[in-house]
Ligand binder design. Structure first.
Ligand SMILES: Cc1ncc(COP(=O)(O)O)c(C=O)c1O
Length: 451
């Protein structure tokens, strides 16, 4: 009888996070202060982050203990199941074995609560009363709302305008957990008012929403800022995914040749892929592939340079693959992948050839997601459809070459709040966007002079 799912008990949740920093092949360039362009100090960062998270940003320790109250919350849905997608394999007629980690089973529907819970915990411990954040697809805003509710912190979410109207129920979900959610750009911040004055019809972007959330946090004593991706500590918290997957793949008596995840800021991809980096370094032939939208091709078409994390230039500068901080990507339905930059850790590993990157247009991704839904029953988020598109390509390549590859991917979130996108796809109203070359060139011309 074929086995479909490989499950671990609550006792088998990893007790530590895996830190990739000691395993990097080259030193990670430090963040720079946006004013002086000198390396940012802890005091600079303490305006918006608690000390414990700043320490996790730079630590060289390999394994970092997960505090008991965080583990206690993770137990509500972790360990997540590892599935073998046998019906999907059959639908594709591939000799490849396809496995996936289902992060869509968390209360908010994605991998995002893995870090939201940890971040809310450390902020609470530091006496913070209120957290602000941005959200693209609404998955991160929901996750932080859930986490703030658990730890009794107020939560304010700036949601990218085009997603706010594409997914009204995400806002309601955040309100169920007691948070406040407004469309960004808003007139609540200077950053938002400036963008609205220049372009009242703007679809918004993660870069703009980050500017608003950071400004809100930096101008209030009781408030910190929380980021759902990109930063080292966020990726660190996501490594429970890959650590569990390694144990579960052993149960399945398999070992991945290819590990795949979609990439917005890089956190779900890193969460699954980073724990495999030591195996790759030890000589195992394993490919780690990050997948991004053709409309926002940060790794495949961007450059590796110091850039701001937000539109207004308020955040520290990070050395990363970037399309330029004032690039506003087209309003594709994978709102969580509309970010101009990539996490510095993923960018460095990409630069060093340890991580590969590919990009696909959205129609092809929806097509792949539907093949998957009709075979496995699970309807995924548009972000996740990018990972599945890459799985299809690799599985069909294995078929052509007659090779029995083992593919592992991250099902980063379910698509139950994304029906409007699927509806548009069925109505033939979704289109692919050309690679926005001229806009990217213009944005890259405005990079800060720190590289
Ligand atoms: C379901 C889902 N997958 C992927 C992403 C991309 O983010 P990241 O690259 O940080 O995993 C998002 C972001 O909102 C998301 O909601």
């Amino acid at each position: 009888m074929p086995e479909y799912r490989y499950l671990l008990s609550e006792r088998e949740i990893p007790k530590t996070w895996y830190n990739v920093i000691p395993d990097l092949p080259a030193p990670l360039p430090p963040p720079l202060h946006p004013g002086t362009l000198h390396p940012a100090t802890s005091q600079d960062l303490e305006v918006i982050f608690p000390h414990a998270l700043i320490e996790q940003e730079v630590t060289a320790a390999q394994n970092i203990p997960i505090p008991e109250p965080v583990l206690d919350m993770l137990r509500l849905w972790r360990p997540t199941p590892l599935h073998r997608a046998i019906r999907f394999e059959k639908a594709l007629g591939t000799p490849a074995k396809i496995f996936f980690k289902n992060e869509g089973v968390s209360p908010a529907g994605s991998h995002k609560p893995n870090t939201a819970i940890a971040q809310a915990f450390y902020n609470k411990a530091a006496g913070v009363k209120r957290l602000t954040t941005e959200t693209g697809a609404g998955q991160w805003g929901s996750a932080l709302s859930l986490a703030c509710n658990v730890f009794g912190i107020e939560c304010m979410v700036y949601m990218v305008k085009c997603s706010f109207y594409q997914k009204p129920h995400r806002r309601t979900m955040m309100e169920c957990w007691g948070a406040k959610c407004v469309p960004s750009p808003s007139d609540l911040t200077q950053a938002g008012r400036k963008v609205l004055a220049e372009d009242p019809e703007t679809p918004g972007s993660l870069g703009i929403a980050i500017s608003e959330a950071v400004e809100d946090a930096a101008t209030r004593q009781d408030t910190n800022y929380s980021l759902g991706s990109v930063l080292n500590h966020v990726l660190l918290h996501q490594t429970v995914i890959g650590q569990e997957a390694i144990v579960q793949m052993k149960l399945a008596e398999a070992s991945p040749d290819i590990v795949i995840g979609c990439c917005g800021g890089g956190s779900n991809f890193a969460g699954l892929a980073f724990p495999f980096v030591p195996l790759k370094a030890a000589g195992k032939d394993i490919r780690l592939i990050g997948v991004e939208p053709a409309a926002c091709p940060t790794m495949t078409k961007g450059i590796y340079a110091y850039d701001f994390g937000d539109k207004s230039g308020m955040t520290p500068l990070l050395k990363m693959d970037t399309l330029g901080h004032d690039f506003i990507p087209p309003g594709i339905h994978a709102g969580g992948l509309r970010y101009h930059g990539m996490s510095p850790l993923v960018s460095l590993l990409h630069r060093e050839g340890i991580v590969e990157a590919v990009s696909y247009p959205q129609l092809k991704c929806f097509e792949a997601a539907l093949t998957f839904a009709r075979a496995e029953g699970l309807i995924v988020a548009p972000e996740t459809s990018h990972a599945i598109c890459c799985v299809v390509e690799e599985a069909l390549k294995a078929k052509e070459e007659g090779k029995e590859k083992t593919i592992l991917f991250n099902l980063s979130g379910h698509g139950h709040f994304d029906m409007a996108a699927y509806e548009k796809y069925f109505a033939g109203e979704l289109s692919d966007y050309e690679y926005p070359e001229a806009k990217i060139h213009e944005a890259l011309a405005h990079l800060p002079k720190a590289s």
